[in-house]
Design a binder for this molecule. Structure first.
Ligand SMILES: [Zn+2]
Length: 423
């Protein structure tokens, strides 16, 4: 049966290329969340033609949702011959800005040298198209399966997923008994299985001062200098400590197996209005956003306490040091067990397709799996897809057509195995 299915997927190669190109040509750039509805409808119409029950779910009231930029998600379901597990393929339809440095039109989906170029080819419309073709091949071949197969195209992954998988997971779309196994074809390389991701905490730290004339700074209190003192502690104490902390999670790339902190932004003092003429004032506020990525071995409360501890010590030791800290976003690390059925099914298919065992990895950044774990309480979720991780968000992003075809075979085989139909 797998030989027949593979032959069918090979025969659908051009269809897979065409579907990917159609998806890439809809510029679903986020922010602001352009063209979500036509993209969701393309996927919805495609599923309706194949007998799926299709539903559109708007992420009402989620960040960025408006009548101009509706957060339109689509989900389709097709039942098998009887009761059994449901395998769900989820792909985000939003893409990041094209940015500079392209040698081709980022939304033209140019085919060249066995690749498709364009924003979102790798991350992750190529992966979503491969999953769709995998399911299509199963249906066309008339292979009997139990349970159900689902496909969803969701929005806003690049901005946190609140209007997409986050919203839908809260409504029960990613929970048992509806769904048992989720495969997200994010670009993690075609022979690797991504089990989960590190944790993330974003916070805004503000140091406070007192405004005064810049010619007499001794009459004020400079918030930027206070922030400088905090930065100095980060540099000398926190970053070396984080660097020394290593995880057992198989995070790729290797450098992300340590705990990390990035300074996302820093703003202090009055804005330089009037064509760059600065105001001669002592800054009374300085704001900095930190991006802390942490390991499954670390406790989220300790992660925060480590930062607030430094701020508290500064408040005790440094004259006039006052601060505020505000959480912006946080997600705990998540990692699916290697023994989980979805991991084992995909691993077997990778071994069959590539003649070598699958590599297990963990993503340095988060993706929509966090919502499935947190709101859906579903553990059986992985990312597996054909894109090359390093190409995501880059100029001249591309997807290798052979990889899409191979990943479609892996996904089709795994779906059949999980629904009890594999031969
Ligand atoms: Zn992605």
């Amino acid at each position: 049966m797998s030989a027949e299915l593979n032959a069918r997927i090979d025969a659908k190669r051009e269809e897979l290329v065409a579907l990917t190109r159609d998806l890439v040509r809809i510029p679903t750039v986020n922010p602001p969340g352009d063209a979500y509805t036509p993209c969701a409808e393309l996927i919805g119409d495609w599923m309706k033609r194949r007998g799926f029950t299709v539903e559109y779910v708007r992420g009402e009231g989620t960040p960025g949702d408006s009548d101009r930029y509706p957060r339109t998600n689509v989900i389709g379901r097709i039942e098998g011959r009887g009761p059994g597990p449901c395998v769900h393929f989820n792909g985000h339809i939003d893409v990041v800005q094209a940015g500079q440095g392209w040698t081709v039109d980022p939304f033209e989906a140019v085919v060249k040298d066995g690749r498709i170029y364009g924003r979102g080819t790798c991350d992750m419309k190529g992966g979503l198209a491969a999953a769709m073709i995998a399911v299509d091949a199963i249906l066309e071949a008339g292979i009997p399966f139990q349970g159900a197969l689902e496909i969803s195209g969701t929005v806003d992954e690049e901005s946190g997923g609140y209007g997409g998988v986050g919203y839908m997971a809260q409504k029960g779309y990613f929970s048992k008994p509806r769904v048992d196994h989720v495969i997200i074809p994010e670009p993690l390389n075609v022979d690797r299985i991504c089990l989960g991701h590190r944790g993330v905490w974003w916070a805004e730290v503000e140091t406070l001062g007192r405004i005064a004339h810049g010619s007499m700074p001794f009459l004020g209190d400079c918030a930027v200098r206070h922030m400088g003192a905090f930065l100095d502690r980060i540099e000398r104490e926190l970053i070396p400590a984080l660097d020394a902390r290593r995880t057992s999670m198989p995070v790729v790339p290797e450098g992300a197996r340590a705990s990390t902190l990035n300074i996302n932004s820093i703003h202090g003092g009055l804005a330089e209005e009037f064509e760059g003429l600065p105001s001669p004032c002592v800054p009374d506020s300085c704001r900095m956003v930190i991006d802390r990525r942490y390991l499954i071995e670390e406790d989220p409360d300790d992660v925060k306490r480590e930062v607030t501890g430094i701020l508290e010590r500064l408040a005790a030791e440094r004259q006039g040091f006052r601060y505020r800290i505000r959480d912006i976003l946080e997600f705990v690390p998540t990692m699916t067990e290697e023994s989980a059925p979805v991991v084992q099914a995909v691993a077997r298919e990778i071994a069959r397709e590539f003649g070598k065992s699958a590599e297990y990895v963990v993503s340095p950044g988060t993706y929509d799996q966090k919502h499935i774990a947190r709101f859906g309480h579903l553990k059986d979720c992985i990312a597996y897809g054909p894109g090359i991780l390093d190409l995501a968000h880059q100029p001249d992003e591309f997807i290798v057509i052979d990889d899409m075809v191979a990943s479609a075979k892996v996904m089709a085989g795994a779906a059949l195995a999980l629904t009890g139909a594999a031969g």
